[in-house]
Design a protein. Structure first.
Length: 68
């Protein structure tokens, strides 16, 4: 698929959720890796779309005064 690299993350979670995350890490670490990958992928897509929207808005603002 693609080259991977191990990283260590430290996150602060509510105690109950932290216990669940620790259990998942023990029983199915691959699942937890996929969850983190999914979240980071969504964030990357959001940032890309937001940048495109901001660029489009800037272009529109530059064009509108020329139409007046």
């Amino acid at each position: 698929m693609w080259e991977t690299k191990a990283v260590q993350l430290t996150v602060r979670l509510p105690s109950e959720l932290a216990a669940q995350a620790e259990e998942v890490q023990r029983t199915d670490p691959e699942f937890l890796s996929r969850v983190v990958l999914y979240g980071l992928t969504r964030r990357s897509i959001y940032r890309h779309l937001r940048a495109q929207t901001e660029n489009s808005a800037d272009d529109l603002q530059e064009t509108l005064p020329a139409l007046s």
